[in-house]
Design a protein around this ligand. Structure first.
Ligand code: C5P
Length: 326
């Protein structure tokens, strides 16, 4: 019996070491000056082609998807065609079908399997990492069945149509993001950073947090955009976690804390455990606690998950970009 063909890729979650949010734009996005760092908390996406798969020359090649949650499982079903991983596979296949001379190629149908370890809707780009892994896996599927391979630059462009964080998830490492956050330049960084990530149960919609910041800025002139990434850039070159801790900044934090009042309590509780710094990750509600080393980060996670019913894990940054796994 011929076994199924599997294409498996892994992408990682991220934390924003600096998140400066500028003006709202006419396309519904905000101008950003952000420093992303990927952390080694993986999302693993497999495209599985059965040996007796149907072949199709139009429409979606995806027949179904399933997600195995190693973190908070949302109430609503996310294994649908609107899932970013599903849309990523569709987008790669559509890009291929847009190339000249591909009309006659029928591609086999597949199912998507996601192993999720990054919080859902937590501000760590878990969904974007799924999309990034699906893009890279779909590219290998195309190489295998259609002898066509898109460059990483093209995959990142396709990724940008799916979500602003997707290109960074493809790239990984540490990068400056401007524009919507998808205009990327790698940054010099030294050493490694140990983080404790803790999350409350319900996630926050990214769009809601950005909108809330706009509202708060109308009434509070102190909430000015912080678009200067010089301090974090210098501290990353030095590689000293204490200096990096001092330079962490998130413009969205005030909005995330207002929308999620529990966050302040968790933050206070976390500060009692002496992390180098506590910051909201991206649009939240995950709290990112920069620690001295792995052991310190584990102690912080253990203490917080024991005293309050939050989920948590330790992760190290920077992590690599999206890659294939056997
Ligand atoms: O691109 P993505 O779908 O991840 O963005 C989700 C939402 O977050 C956007 O619809 C927008 O409301 C907000 N956003 C923003 N400015 C950015 C990135 C995201 O306003 N640069």
């Amino acid at each position: 019996m011929i076994s199924a063909q599997r294409f498996t890729a892994r992408a990682y979650g991220k934390v924003n070491l600096h998140l400066g949010v500028g003006e709202a734009r006419s396309d519904g996005y905000h101008e950003l000056a952000t420093v992303f760092q990927s952390v080694d908390r993986p999302e693993t996406v497999s495209l599985v082609v059965a040996s007796d798969a149907r072949r199709v020359s139009h429409g979606s090649v995806v027949e179904r998807m399933s997600t195995d949650f190693r973190v908070n499982e949302p109430e609503m079903d996310i294994d649908t065609p609107t899932n970013l991983a599903w849309r990523a596979v569709d987008a790669v296949v559509e890009a291929y079908r847009g190339l000249p001379g591909t009309d006659h190629v029928a591609l086999p149908t597949l199912s998507i399997e996601v192993l999720k370890t990054v919080f859902v809707a937590g501000g760590m780009a878990g969904g974007s990492a799924d999309a990034a892994a699906a893009l890279v896996a779909a590219n290998h599927y195309l190489s295998y069945y259609a002898q066509h391979h898109f460059s990483e630059a093209v995959l990142m462009r396709i990724g940008a149509t799916l979500g602003a964080d997707v290109p960074f998830c493809v790239m990984g490492g540490t990068a400056l993001g401007t524009g919507r956050g998808d205009n990327l330049a790698p940054m010099l960084t030294r050493g490694e950073f140990w983080w404790a990530f803790v999350s409350q149960q319900e996630g926050l919609s990214t769009g809601t947090v950005f909108e809330h910041l706009d509202d708060m800025r109308h009434n509070d002139p102190s909430l000015v955009p912080r678009m200067d990434t010089g301090r974090i850039a210098r501290s990353l070159v030095g590689g000293d976690p204490i200096a990096v801790a001092g330079a962490l900044h998130n413009d969205l934090q005030a909005a995330a804390v207002t929308l999620h009042p529990n966050l302040r309590r968790t933050m206070n509780e976390a500060m009692g455990l002496n992390p180098l710094r506590a910051i909201v990750s991206g649009s939240g509600p995950t709290l990112a606690l920069l620690c001295e080393n792995r052991e310190h980060a584990q102690r912080v996670v253990d203490a917080l998950t024991a005293t309050v019913a939050y989920e948590g894990f330790v992760a190290r940054g920077p992590a690599p970009g999206t890659h294939m796994v056997d």
